[in-house]
Design a binder for this molecule. Sequence first.
Ligand SMILES: [Zn+2]
Length: 431
Amino acid sequence: MLLKNTTSIILNPASIESVDIRIHNSNIVDKGKNLTLKKGEDVHDLAGRIVMPGLVNSHTHLYSALARGMAGPKEPAQNFLEILQKVWWKLDRALDEDSIYYSALVGAIDAVRCGTTTLIDHHASPKSITGSLDIIKEAMWEIGLRGVLCYEVTDRGGKKERDKGLDENERFIKDNRKNSQFRGMVGAHAAFTMSNETLRLCGEMASKYKVGAHIHVAEDKADITDAEENYRCSVVDRLEEHGILRRDSILVHGVHLCAKELEKVRSAKSWIIHNPRSNMNNRVGYAPLHLFGERAGLGTDGFPADMFEESKIGFYKRQDSHETENVSMTQLLQNGQQLISEIYNHKFGTLEKGSAADLVILDYQPPTPMTIENLAGHFLFGMNSSMVESVMIDGKWVVKNRVLIGFDVESVYEKSKKVAKNLWEKMKKIS
Ligand SMILES: [Zn+2]
């Protein structure tokens, strides 16, 4: 396939080129000016439209997709722990196969419509653990999205649930080791709901299969206090001691980590993911982004996978926080490409030969000069997800001219409304 007359952009380091792009099977095979059409090749003239690599959401929870519009708890949550207890731990306990499937489908539709082509998901459904990751995989596969999946291991439901969670991770990791669209990680909730033994079992599994752990860290002060009061050490020390602080691990939030702990995370080269909308919504505080280092990415933590919006809100929050550090949201967003390049052991996030053909075509017409110096400004103040016109994943069109290929969104939403209603009713019965 040949994409003619593109304005190809990379957000960070910024580049803008007027080129043609050739795609064969799953990859970009050529890029240059005036490429000649080969016999039998499909040609698409983009008339100068923006082409950029598909966006990566480095941390999310698809299971929260059916919570949109759900009533809050009768007694409003007073703090972060109460938000978990009164909302999310009830919702995950109410999930069954039907609601896992429809939440994944609805979240996946949101993602591709916003130009997000890979989700790194963190799943929990304590009453339906075994096979849950396959249900999510099936929904994402139907849409055509890439996914790095895991099940969140925790001790909050007792040993039986914990062991089922561990088994689900292991099964999924083994089944998808060579899959080009899906990969598994070792999911873990957060250190404050995990015993030393459970953390160690997760660390050992990660080491055995040479994959990372995916865990929430210091989202709220409760995680810090728990480690100090119950284990006489810092939360990062606990992760290190039990083999979670690995190069391929994903630590999420890090809002309350101190400089010393973040130094440890940086030297272990673990990834750390910033989730500005979620942090603001849960009032957990402002993350010390300037100490996150080079291996930091951007996630939505259950908000729809609109990385344009996440970047903008992260940018405004940073401006408003009166911090002097100059952390770039487009850099964080672009770093997600490096993260998945390591996970899939393949090149993502470039438009060079050999890179995965995960692309977004954007109908954005800059009303002012657009240069490599001000590209981030155009991204943050001009481009948005409603301009996403077409999306390609793994060399295949998933969205073409704003239509999801081969997919009846209306009938999915008809069904998902009913499934969501049942889910909300079920939650009311959980104490
Ligand atoms: Zn999360």
